[in-house]
Write a protein that binds this ligand. Structure first.
Ligand code: GRG
Length: 303
C-alpha cells in the first residue's frame, strides 16, 4: 500500500515536471523561430512544423539525461540545445511527409506542412529549420568552444549521409521489397537511433560526462531507437496517433516480417537492454523513469 502511494506520488510529480519542461521547450522554440506571418510563408511553415504538438521525446531526453548526469538545471544553453534537436526532428518530419517521400496527409493531428503551405514552401522551411538548428547549437551558451564544436559535429553526423538521410534513402528505396531483419534494423538505426544518439551525446557534452559514460549512452540510444521504431511500426494500423493510418501497408517492416507479437517481445528486449546500459552509468533515474512510463503508456494504447 505504502509503495503504491509512493509510486503514485512519484508518477504525479514526474508528470508535472514533464509538463513544465514541455512548456519551457514550447516557449523557447517560439522565441528561436522567425515571427512568420502573412507575407513570410516559409517562416510560418517553420513555426507550424516545429510548434505543432509533437511528443517532444528527443528534447525531453536531452534535458533529463543532462540532469541525470549532474548538469545544472540552470545551465544557460541546455534548453537551446534541446530546441535545436527538436528543430532537426521537425525538419525531418516535414521532408518525410512530402509527396515524393511518404506522401502523408496528417502529422501531429494536423494537415502536413506541404498540404498547408505547398510543397515548395515545405522543402524550403525544412532546410531553414535545419539551418536554424545548427545556428542555435553554434551559439549555445555555457559550453566550451570545443564542446560546442563537438555538439555541432554530433548533430551533423546524425543528419548526414551516415545518418537520417541514409536511413530515409534506404527506407524509400528498399522498403517496398523484401528485406532481411538485419537490413531493417540497420535502416531503423540510421533513421531513428542516430538522432537519439546525438541527443544523448549533446546532453553528455553539456554535463561534461566522461568518455566511458558517453560510450554507454551511445549503446542506450541504439536500443532506445530500435524500441521506438518498433513501437512506431506497431502503431501504424491504429487511430489516435495524429498520423495517417496504415502508411506501412506493403512495406517490409519487422511487424510484416515477424508479426506483432514477436515485435512486441523484441521491443521489450531492447528496453531491457537500454535499461542495462543506463544502470552501468549509475545515472539515469529520471531518464529511465521517463522511458519506461512513456513506453508503458504507448504500448497500452497502441498494441
Ligand atoms: C533534413 C533532418 C533532415 C533529414 C532528411 C527526411 C529525412 C532525411 C529523414 C526522415 C527520417 C524519419 C522520418 C524518421 C522517423 C523517425 C520517427 C519514428 C518519427 C516519429 O517521431 P515522433 O513519434 O513524432 O517522436 P512527434 O510528432 O511526436 O515528434
Amino acid at each position: 500500500m505504502t509503495a503504491t502511494i509512493t509510486n503514485a506520488k512519484e508518477s504525479l510529480s514526474q508528470e508535472s515536471e514533464l509538463r513544465a519542461l514541455r512548456d519551457a521547450l514550447h516557449q523557447r522554440l517560439d522565441q528561436l523561430l522567425p515571427a512568420g506571418g502573412e507575407r513570410d510563408r516559409v517562416g510560418a511553415a517553420m513555426r507550424e512544423g516545429a510548434l505543432a504538438p509533437g511528443k517532444r521525446i528527443r528534447p525531453l531526453l536531452l534535458l533529463l539525461a543532462a540532469y541525470d548526469l549532474g548538469c545544472d538545471k540552470n545551465h544557460p544553453g541546455l534548453l537551446d540545445l534541446a530546441c535545436a534537436v527538436e528543430m532537426v526532428h521537425a525538419a525531418s518530419l516535414m521532408l518525410d511527409d512530402i509527396p515524393c517521400m511518404d506522401n502523408a496527409a496528417l502529422r501531429r493531428g494536423r494537415p502536413t506542412i506541404h498540404r498547408q503551405f505547398g510543397q515548395d514552401v515545405a522543402i524550403l522551411a525544412a532546410v531553414a529549420l535545419l539551418s536554424n538548428a545548427f545556428g542555435v547549437v553554434a551559439g549555445a551558451e555555457g559550453l566550451s568552444d570545443a564542446c560546442r564544436a563537438q555538439a555541432v559535429a554530433e548533430l551533423s553526423a546524425a543528419v548526414g549521409l551516415q545518418g537520417l538521410v541514409q536511413g530515409q534513402f534506404r527506407d524509400l528505396n528498399e522498403g517496398a521489397t523484401a528485406r532481411s531483419e538485419e537490413a531493417i534494423a540497420d535502416t531503423n538505426d540510421l533513421k531513428t537511433s542516430m538522432l537519439f544518439s546525438a541527443t544523448l551525446q549533446i546532453a553528455a557534452l553539456a554535463a561534461d560526462a566522461t568518455p566511458a559514460v558517453r560510450q554507454k549512452l551511445g549503446c542506450f540510444a541504439r536500443d532506445l531507437g530500435q524500441a521506438f521504431q518498433l513501437l512506431d511500426d506497431l502503431a501504424d494500423g491504429c487511430s489516435g496517433t495524429g498520423k495517417d493510418i496504415n502508411k506501412d501497408a506493403g512495406k517490409s517492416t519487422l511487424v510484416a516480417l515477424l508479426g506483432a507479437e514477436a515485435v512486441r517481445s523484441r521491443l521489450h528486449e531492447h528496453l531491457h537492454s537500454a535499461d542495462q546500459h543506463l544502470s552501468v552509468c549509475q545515472h539515469g533515474l529520471a531518464t529511465r523513469r521517463f522511458m519506461h512510463s512513456w513506453f508503458s503508456q504507448q504500448l497500452a494504447t497502441f498494441s
